[in-house]
Design a protein around this ligand. Sequence first.
Ligand SMILES: [Mg+2]
Length: 254
Amino acid sequence: MKQIFTSLGINTVLLDFDNTLIETHVIFQKCCRSLRADLAQKAKVSVDEIKKDFDVFMAEAYNQYFVNPEKVWKYVFTQLANLYPVLNDSINESLQRVFDEIYNVPIPLKEGALELLQTLNDITDLKIGLVTHAERDWTIRKLRDAGLIDLFPEENIFDVPVTGPKTTQHWQYALDQMNGIAENTLFIGDNLRADIVPALEIGALGVLLKEDTNWDFHHEGLMEESRQFITIGSLLEIESALSEFSEGGLPPIA
Ligand SMILES: [Mg+2]
């Protein structure tokens, strides 16, 4: 890896956290599935029916409240209770359940995450940072639970406010704080809009971890716009993908 970074001129790596290094989506979906089953039973409708409404309200909540957990979930449960008044009494119970099952449990590491971070840490003079779209307390706890807390210098953990979107300016801020130079920097993330578009705009090299489980609306309409980044299906592929890139550059745009 060290040689590949040298040949690419990379001396700074900034990573996204959720769904890039840890399986947040898996925990999230698991909780949503059991919640919907429970709500469907209470409302005496089918799980599919509840899922349709749940997904609509969730998308609306994200558009309005981004990743502010309290506001997003309160919106979803309140809207569902408007549709199904019988759910009114269990709003608080549902909220508590979400916090117990998503925000207070250890989240498993993604395949290859620990190995990647250890490899990066072993490269002398390589600067490593985290640019994450979540509250700082939750971020620190997730890092600790995942055994990653010692692999990031504390001053290089940047949390993006949950009340708005994660944008180019947040990546730029992290880069500036670390005295990094865009052309010598690698961004790694799972979200095209929030992680890779910023890399393109700033002039860093982007690596997109693309999986079938990625939230669809993160990728809508963006995938075809640019191919000036590297796509991998697992963190285990990053070294060979970067090596290929350093030898041949990106494939031409079709
Ligand atoms: Mg992410």
